[in-house]
Each structure stands twice: as C-alpha cells, then as structure tokens.
Design a protein around this ligand. Structure first.
Ligand code: NAD
Length: 495
C-alpha cells in the first residue's frame, strides 16, 4: 500500500509533530480512500500553541507593530492567497469533495477578507468623550483581546478561517486555528503563506485533531480570551458552556434550516434556480442551505414540475471536473446521516418526488454520493423540516398566504438565512422584516461578501462575522481618565 504523507502542525513558526506521536487518515470523499495523514493533536499541543500565542501577544515584534503595519501584513497575505488560490482549492476538493468550480471561486475570493480587514486595521478609532466631570480629559481606545481560538468546520475551510483570522489579526490579537479533523490539509498549506507574508512567529498557529482531544483544551485554556467557532449546534452549545466557565468571549456561527419562500407573483424560472442553488449547490452542505422550500399553494404543481425536471439534469461525478454540478458528501458519517434522514422522511409520510437514496451512477465510482432528493407534502412538524440534514435533501411545504409563509418560515429553532421570491416590492420589504433570520435574500440566494455582516438569529449563533461590525468581536474598549486638575479634591468622595 502506498505510504501516506504525514503532515505537521505549525506552532511558534515551527513545524511540529503531535505530542501524542499519532496521526490519522484524511479521506478523499470522491474515491472513498485515505490520501494524507493529519497529526492527532491533544491537550499538550493546545497548551503549547496557546502559550506561544500568549507570548507573541505580549512581547516580541507583534505588539510593536502599528495598525498600518498590521494592515500591510494582511494585504500581503491576501496577495499570497490569490497567487496560491488554485493549489489551495485543489487541496480543499481532495479533503471535502466540494466542486473545484466552487472551491476555486471561494479561494480566489478569500483574499478580499485580508484586504478588507487589512484596510480596516488602522481605522479602528477611540473617541474623546465630552465628559461631564470638571478637570478631566477622558478618552476611549479600542484594544485587542489577546489569544483568539478559531475553530472551523469542514465545508469551507479557508473561507471560514478568513472570516475569523482577518478581523482577529487586524485588531491585533494572536490566534490559534483548529481546522476540522476532516479537512486540515488546506489550512496547513495556507499557514506557509502566513510565514511568507512576514507575520512574526507565534502570531498564528495551527493545531489539528479532534474536537474533544484538542479543540476543547483550547476552549478551556485560561489564557484564551475569545473563541470564534463555526460548526454544528451540539458542538457549539458545548463550546459555549465550556467557554462560559472561563468567562471568555464567544462568537458562534451554527446551523440553519432556512426557508426559501416562493410567492405566486415570483419569476418562476429564477425562483427555480434559487431553489436549486439553495439546496443542491455544495451538495447541500452549507449552513445557509435553503432546505425548506415554501411554495404558495396556487403555484405548487406548476413549480414542482419544473423544479423536478431541472433537478433531474444535475450532473454528478468527479468534483474536479468543471462539468460536475453535485459532488460527493464530505464525510462518511455525514453520508450515513443524510441517508438515515431518508428513512425518517418515509416514516413521517413525506412523498419522495426525486432521488431518495445513494447515488449509484457509474460516474460516482466508490465515492460517497447521495442522489439530489426532493420530498413533497412535507409539514413543518416533520423532522426533515425541523432538523438540519446538511445534505442535498429538500423539504417542500406549501402555504396559503403571506401570514402563513412567515409563520412556517419562523417556526424552527434556527434563524440563519431566508430567501424570498416575489415581484412585489411591498411584499419583499414586509416579509423580509418579519422573517427572523440574520440574512435575507430577495430574488437571489447564497450571496455572501466580506462587506456584509453575517450571523444567526435564535439557535443559529451569536455575534456577526464580516463587514465592519465583525471587528468589534475581536476588540475591547478601554476608557482612560486623565486629571488636569492642579489640586486633588476630597479623596473620600467619588469624583
Ligand atoms: P462540528 O460542530 O462537528 O465541528 C466543527 C469544528 O468544531 C471542528 O473543527 C471540530 O473538531 C470542532 N469541535 C467539535 N466539538 C468540539 C468541542 N467540544 N470543543 C472544541 N471544538 C470542537 O461541525 P462540522 O460537522 O464540522 O460542520 C458542519 C456544521 O457547521 C453544520 O451544522 C453547519 O451548519 C455548520 N456551519 C455553520 C456555518 C455558519 O457560518 N453559520 C458555516 C458552515 C458550517
């Protein structure tokens, strides 16, 4: 058997083996075979990385850099990511099986986060307060938090790393990144660019391994000031609880069960594309998947005929091929989870109108492929309408009028995103105001930008990533009072 390459972790500007001396296999979801070995990091590695990041925060070159210089480093990093985008995208496809077309687009876009937050670094300003106390000059300054832990899932590794790393560094923090145990390869390649960009050692570190082994020791480490987490609700809740014990700052980007709502006055062809992009793009493995399609009763039959006909044409196969539209599922447990939801749908009485099982097409080989699947006749109390499947499984629910659309749309524990398809500006504004979600798309779906704040209502998360708001998640405010009095007043009375 071919010997697999053993990757190393990156701490304090050095490549290190895990203290455990153990590695584990990363699988290529298209072939179903292992292709590389990731270091199995543990508590000792977490300790080493945090200590290093703490040292780099408090001493050495990093705290001496001014904000403009930090911005320059970030912009240089953006250039290097742009130069290496194709290679990084290929690594991501091998690790997570998502389409090369999607990952290369993402990787070409990732530099924008480093440019944007690099530009923002020296626009973080305090204020001089018009203070009401006599003889005082009082001002605020915005300061970094310290060591930030960035925990990332497998679906868009370097994009979601950039969402955390760029604002954290722009604000002057140091960072320990923990990529997903399923997709660490691109992060370990990216970290070479951090070194090349000229970040001092210890400012960004990467430890790899499983959530409980190495993620949790990072979250509970007393010297960690903030945890920025993207992942599932169960792990996110646990991370929140563990971080709370140390009163750490936390931001969480969690799951979704987003309604994609089609009204009878919508442009049907565009809405069909929106429905498809909401659930079958990225094989449904996105937190913002429009996994509940709400169709107005009066257009249901016409819409479904066209939707199923369109979805049937989706090409499956090698994610590296630019022809492929639906790739494999990233992980084997996820593959089994999606298939198990098809049993759940059957038991709950949903009507399968497309797919409904493994994809056994010749072009799918031994990969972990699931047929694009559509269930009609779903009611919002069914599990496939309430639980995040994170796969190409669409639940179709009908509604009669605007009020019912809003009621069903909001009747889940999540609130990450929503889509609205209508030609009425009144409806667009009214429904988007009534939908409880952090992002609302009208006549579009799955648009995201470094400029646009992103995050969840309800159990979809805490805090915001992207846009100017995101930098606040990595800063704290200090108020400084300077007395200009010539005489100190009565010390026994509050000033
Ligand atoms: P996951 O929660 O299993 O893992 C995410 C990361 O957390 C991994 O790096 C994992 O090792 C780590 N982790 C798990 N348990 C931990 C613990 N106790 N302490 C510290 N770290 C721990 O999620 P996943 O399966 O990798 O990703 C899919 C999930 O991510 C989906 O639910 C999806 O909705 C969500 N997601 C959300 C967004 C968003 O922006 N809202 C974006 C992408 C994915």
């Amino acid at each position: 058997m071919e010997k697999l390459e053993k990757l190393q972790m990156y701490v304090n500007g050095e490549w290190i083996d895990p203290a455990s001396g153990e590695w584990f296999e990363s699988y290529n979801p298209f072939t179903g075979k292992p292709w590389v070995l990731f270091p199995r990091g543990g508590a000792a590695d977490a300790e080493r990385a945090v200590e290093t990041a703490k040292k780099a925060f408090n001493s050495g070159e990093w705290p001496k850099l001014n904000a403009t210089q930090r911005g320059q480093l970030l912009r240089r990093l953006g250039d290097l990511v742009a130069e290496n985008a194709e290679h990084l995208a290929e690594l991501e496809v091998r690790d997570n099986g998502k389409l090369y077309a999607e990952m290369s687009m993402q990787l070409k876009y990732v530099p924008q986060w480093y440019y944007y937050f690099g530009g923002l670094a020296d626009k973080i300003e305090g204020r001089v307060l018009p203070i009401d106390k006599p003889d005082h000059f009082t001002f605020t300054s915005r300061e970094p938090l310290g060591v930030v832990v960035a925990i990332v899932p497998w679906n868009s590794p370097l994009l979601l790393t950039a969402w955390k790393l760029a604002p954290a560094l722009a604000a002057g923090n140091t960072v320990v990144v923990k990529p997903s145990e399923f997709t660490s390869a691109s992060t370990l390649a990216f970290i070479k660019l951090i070194e090349e960009a000229g970040f001092p050692p210890g400012v960004v570190n990467v430890v790899t391994g499983f959530g409980l082994d190495v993620g949790e020791p990072l979250v509970t480490h007393p010297d960690v000031a903030k945890v920025a987490f993207t992942g599932g609700v169960l792990s996110g809740t646990r991370v929140y609880e563990k971080a709370a014990a140390g009163l750490k700052k936390v931001s969480l980007e969690l799951g979704g069960k987003s309604p994609n709502i089609v009204f009878d006055d919508a442009d049907i062809d565009n809405a069909i594309k929106g429905a498809i992009s909401g659930i079958f793009a990225a094989t449904g493995q996105t937190c913002i998947a429009g996994s509940r399609l709400l169709i107005q009763e009066s257009i249901h039959d016409q819409f479904m005929d066209k939707l199923v006909a369109f979805a049937k044409t989706a090409k499956m196969g090698d994610p590296m091929s630019l022809e492929t539209q639906v790739g494999p599922v990233t992980t084997h447990p996820q593959y089994e989870k999606i298939l198990s939801y098809m049993d759940v749908a059957r038991e709950d009485g949903a009507e399968c109108v497309l797919g409904g099982g493994k994809a056994e097409r010749p072009e799918c080989g031994d990969g972990w492929f699931v047929e694009p699947t559509i269930y009609d006749g779903v009611t919002n109390d069914m599990r496939i309408a309430q639980e995040e499947v994170f796969g190409p499984l669409l639940s179709v629910i009908t509604f009669e009028d605007d009020d019912e659309a809003v009621e069903i749309g909001n009747d889940v524990v999540y609130g990450l995103a929503a889509g609205i398809w209508t030609s009425s500006i009144r409806r667009a504004i009214d429904i988007s105001a009534r939908v409880k979600a952090g992002t609302v798309w009208v006549n579009t779906y799955r648009a995201a930008s470094f400029i646009a704040p992103f995050g969840g209502y309800k159990q979809s998360g805490l805090g915001r990533e992207n846009g100017q708001e995101a930098i606040n998640e990595y800063l704290q405010t200090k108020t400084t009072w300077i007395s200009v009095a010539t005489e100190t007043p009565n010390p026994f009375v509050m000033r």
